[in-house]
Design a protein around this ligand. Sequence first.
Ligand SMILES: Cc1cc2nc3c(=O)[nH]c(=O)nc-3n(C[C@H](O)[C@H](O)[C@H](O)COP(=O)(O)O)c2cc1C
Length: 245
Amino acid sequence: MSKRTGKDFLELTKYHNLEMSDQYSGMEPPPIVETRDDNKRGIKLPSPDLVKEKNTGFIGLTTDRSSLRKFAETPYSLEELSYLLWCTQGVKQVHGDLAILKTVPSAGARHAFETYMLVNRVEGLVPGVYKYASLTHSLVLFETDKDFVEKIVQACHGQAFVGKSAVTFFWIAYPYRMTWRYEERGYRYLFIDVGHVCQNLYLATEAIGAGACAVAAFDDNSLDNLFKLETDKAFVIYLAATGKR
Ligand SMILES: Cc1cc2nc3c(=O)[nH]c(=O)nc-3n(C[C@H](O)[C@H](O)[C@H](O)COP(=O)(O)O)c2cc1C
């Protein structure tokens, strides 16, 4: 098989009119959020406004931002976790099945991500893996297996800081939410969109005296299996370890 080039990728995802798309053909849109854990009882998050931000202004935040891979033992408060989730995926408005407005932009307001968190140090939370239920700004417990941390580190090719964070955020992409409207072009939008999410996390952590490190070097199959994803429907697209400086 000949090696694929950047041109092949560009060709596959190039812009064309959307008359071939499932939306155009009248297919029902997919659910705006993933619902597999909806039957579990949620933990309501406090208001994100309760957090005191650093006083450096936006220029200070962008200048001071740098990737942090060594974290203090200090835990986050629940308010701080609420703040980080709000800044990265907080829902401001829902327009039926067709559009959501969040604190980050998204192509066509399709917002194709769910956020999961490896929680190691947050006051009031049992360590484990949680899902962010964005529509209700609450958490749902997903996994408490103590070996999960080590499995995640292994899936990230041994990058130990991913397991030593206060919280590591995982963004899981549900491509059909995007390709329903944009077909293959939607894959480009997924990768662009997730950059906005992670950049907000970088700046939001900076604003509360913490820091983040984006991680994209990981074994896809291992992480997708750990999160019990149906791999024809969802995949872990990106993650970021965070904690206090
Ligand atoms: C898409 C992307 C993937 C990255 N993946 C990793 C990673 O797997 N491991 C890591 O330690 N850092 C990773 N980083 C962080 C970069 O190494 C870091 O941003 C870069 O060295 C510049 O440093 P700065 O963020 O402090 O400015 C990633 C950054 C981006 C944007």
